[in-house]
Design a protein around this ligand. Structure first.
Ligand code: FAD
Ligand code: PYC
Length: 414
């Protein structure tokens, strides 16, 4: 695959952009692969990429029922941070954040990573204590965060109203190297690199059945026929329960819609990301000038990719107290994704009761930020059978009661 560079752009400009290659191939599926990954979202593609890059495993197919990146990866609000409380979480999210720092260069694809800083506002005494505790934990974990005063919050976010009648701003948990990245580009960058390594990305190829023999994985049924494999990685976010059901086991997971919206584009007014978890809202400004806004999850489990209308109204109403300027904005578009939530708000990266079948899910409302670290750990788990990054996130923790409680760090109300 030709490298993207300033020189390549100049060359193509001179020949009316007729020389660009397709970013990834669209092959017909082969009858057999060493590894099949189900789901071409960020986590599935990153898993495939690190299988190839770190372990030389490239006879891999990535099967996607829709278009790659069309699930939550292409629907999220792109916030990247690693300010979690528990040690296993800090390890995997910080691994991901640090990989994001150089991922554009690694993939030779501009992910528009923007470490502009993330603040999680403390708007109750309970949150003050919670975030101070997280800042102390992060210091021990080597994650750079600090608890900041309301005055510092105002310096960083001049448009904020510190003295809301219900929820005044009492401080915030600040991560200076948190930020955002372009979500589609993350999927596209990994896809291009996987295709370049010889992996087959097969879109419009729904997995409809999981084939086993003597408790061991042998392959999958798909809309394009049966395909055999030695190892299967299921990375399908909100549809994880459906795939587990096909293989004959159950997951401790719920699927629910989470939605977001963007405003009309306006002049630059906020150059950090702000999460206001008590009022169930968060906001950043995109490079195009739109205010990117999201809220909490729907109150009932569902598989819609829209979310309920009253919920978006509630989000905006709540945000107006902290950001009065929002009341003057016109909203441009709204969408939703199906997120997969576990009881302890931590993901599952695990072997399963079926030998050779692995699962990566449960990232809930917060998995975009984790994509590189998750892919790194999941690839190691699939290649070697164990990984220090994924060890604590096995399915057995629900049986053994070793929960990794991240209900505060999850940030988004559910
Ligand atoms: P997905 O991107 O959903 O990929 C799974 C893929 O599997 C899909 O493409 C789907 O089509 C495919 N699939 C499903 N079933 C089958 C099948 N049977 N056969 C073949 N393919 C199948 N996280 C953050 O860190 N920061 C944020 O700011 C943030 N904001 C969010 C805002 C919203 C509105 C939403 C919905 C989510 C947000 N998230 C955020 C969460 C984040 O988007 C997800 O955790 C992450 O994208 C999950 O990635 P994935 O690769 O696991 O899933
Ligand atoms: O996990 O940071 C996050 C997040 C922000 C918005 C949705 N999830």
């Amino acid at each position: 695959m030709k490298r993207y560079s300033a020189f390549a752009i100049a060359r193509e400009a001179l020949r009316n952009h007729t020389g660009w290659e397709r970013a990834w191939r669209s092959p017909a599926p082969k009858r057999h692969y060493d590894v099949i990954i189900v789901g071409a979202g960020g986590h599935g593609l990153a898993t495939a990429y690190y299988l190839g890059k770190n372990f030389g495993i490239t006879n891999v197919a990535i099967l996607e029922k829709g278009w790659l990146g069309g699930g939550n990866t292409g629907r999220n609000t792109t916030i990247i941070r690693s300010n979690y409380l528990q040690d296993p979480s800090a390890a995997i999210y910080e691994k991901a954040r640090s990989l994001y720092e150089t991922l554009s260069q690694d993939l030779n694809y501009n992910l528009m990573f923007s470490p502009r800083g993330v603040i999680m506002l403390a708007q109750t005494q309970h949150e003050v204590r919670g975030y101070q505790r997280t800042a102390h934990a992060n210091a021990l974990q080597g994650v750079a965060t600090e608890f900041i005063t309301p005055r510092r919050v105002k310096e960083l976010v001049p448009i904020i109203n510190l003295s809301g009648p219900r929820y005044p701003v009492l401080g915030g948990l600040w991560q200076e190297r948190g930020g955002t990245a372009r979500h589609d580009a993350v999927a596209w960058g990994y896809a291009r690199a996987c295709s370049d390594m010889g992996m087959d990305i097969i879109q419009k190829c729904e997995v409809t059945g999981v084939r086993t023999e003597g408790g061991k994985i042998t392959g999958v049924e798909t809309g394009k026929g049966p395909i055999d494999c030695q190892k299967l990685g299921v990375v399908v976010a909100g549809h994880s329960g459906v795939l587990a059901d096909m293989a004959g086991f159950r997951l401790p997971i719920e699927s629910v819609a989470l939605q977001a919206l963007v405003s009309e584009p306006i002049k630059p007014c906020m150059d950090v990301v702000v999460m206001a978890n008590t009022v169930h809202g968060y906001m950043s400004q995109s490079d195009k000038g739109e205010m990117v806004i999201g809220g909490g999850t729907d109150g009932s489990n569902n598989y819609t990719q829209r979310g309920s209308f009253h919920h978006i109204e509630e989000t905006v109403r709540a945000l107006i107290e902290t950001f009065p300027m929002v009341s003057r904005l016109k909203m441009l578009r709204q969408w939703g994704g199906i997120v997969d939530i576990t009881g302890d708000r931590s993901p599952i990266l695990s072997k399963t009761p079926v030998e050779g079948m692995f699962i990566n899910c449960g990232w809930g409302t917060g998995g975009f930020k984790a994509i590189p670290g998750s892919g790194w750990g999941m690839a190691e788990l699939m290649a070697k059978g164990h990984s220090p990054l994924t060890q604590a996130f096995g399915l057995e923790r629900f049986r053994e009661g070793r929960f990794i409680d991240e209900s505060v760090a999850a940030g988004v109300a559910h």
